[in-house]
Design a protein around this ligand. Structure first.
Ligand code: UTP
Length: 291
């Protein structure tokens, strides 16, 4: 069955970015001159999905406004003859159809997905976390869909992380059934390093069948007192089996300050105009011993 909808949970409190997240959602922080979430939405579009279900929370209206049309601004740019800016602004507002729903309390990622149930319906759907960006040749979501279409089971994106970092992720136990594809028998949310079943962590991309909602309903609050998607997936793994894919690409977690800075530096270095200037500046700084 075709994956036609994507859920983007963006209702987290973003406490690691306080105080700015008092009024600016972390998904709206800049990746160069656009918000981080635009990169996530573009991955969805490039994977063939234009129907987006956005899970938002208090103070997150600017995300919906950003993807809506802005007649006054568009008229202003047209009158001033600023064609290329107008083109960029129009592209954003015509890129996707967004339906949004509020998660009234931030009770965890699993709960945020549950909130999307009525808008998702009875079809399989993709989940892309609003603060995780993945730079890859083939969009990560398209890579997962390819595996989903072959196996007909849920698929999660996997990446290998250092042992000292496993406590920040959902971690899987699995068997490699073909290069890069794992059959997963168990998932653990934020394990201690000595309890982790592997160093294979779930990155912020999933393809899920509608049955996940039944598992989420039965999921009790887990790590951090939150309803964890990992726990619901663990239930599914035990019953019907799920798959993981070591995707091709580089993931940046922009939900923490260092990851956010690294993503911006990397995207700036890749930019034709900014790249050489930033590189010259950075080289100079390093030569001066970072002073
Ligand atoms: P995070 O744990 O990275 O987001 O959740 P957070 O809770 O905003 O982070 P901090 O620790 O307070 O800084 C991963 C993803 O799940 C969403 C977040 O918006 C993010 O995309 N999420 C998390 C929700 O939508 N609802 C929640 O209750 C929790």
């Amino acid at each position: 069955m075709k994956v036609r909808k994507a859920v983007i949970p963006a209702a987290g409190m973003g406490t690691r970015f306080l105080p700015i997240t008092k009024t600016i959602p972390k998904e709206m922080l800049p990746l160069l001159d656009r918000p981080v979430i635009q990169e996530v939405v573009e991955e969805s579009v490039l994977s063939g999905i234009r129907d987006i279900v956005l899970v938002t929370g208090m103070g997150k209206n600017s995300i919906e406004d950003y993807f809506d049309i802005s007649p006054q601004l568009e008229r202003f740019l047209a009158e001033k003859g600023k064609e290329s800016l107008l083109e960029r602004v129009e592209k954003v507002s015509r890129m996707v159809d967004i339906a949004s729903i509020r998660q009234k309390e931030p009770k965890g990622l699993g709960h945020a997905i549950q909130c999307a149930r009525s808008l998702v319906g009875d079809d399989p759907f993709a989940v892309l976390l609003g603060d995780d960006i993945i730079d890859s040749r083939t969009p990560c979501t398209a890579q997962l869909i390819e595996v989903f279409e072959r196996f007909g089971k849920p698929v999660v994106a996997l990446q290998e992380v250092p042992l000292e970092d496993v406590h920040r992720y959902g971690v899987v136990q699995g068997e490699e059934v073909e290069p890069g594809v794992f059959f997963i028998s168990r998932l653990v949310e934020k394990p201690d390093p000595d309890q982790a079943p592997s160093r294979l962590a779930v990155a912020g991309r999933y393809i899920l069948p509608p049955e996940i909602f039944t598992y989420l309903e039965a999921t009790k609050p887990g790590a951090g007192g939150e309803i964890q998607l990992t726990d619901a997936l663990d239930g599914m793994a035990g019953k019907s089996g799920i798959y993981g894919l070591m995707f091709e690409g580089q993931r940046y977690d922009t939900g923490n300050l260092l990851g956010f800075l690294i993503a911006n530096i990397q995207y700036a270095l890749n930019d034709e105009e900014l790249g050489p200037q930033l590189l010259a500046y950075l080289k100079n700084r390093v030569l001066q011993g970072g002073e």
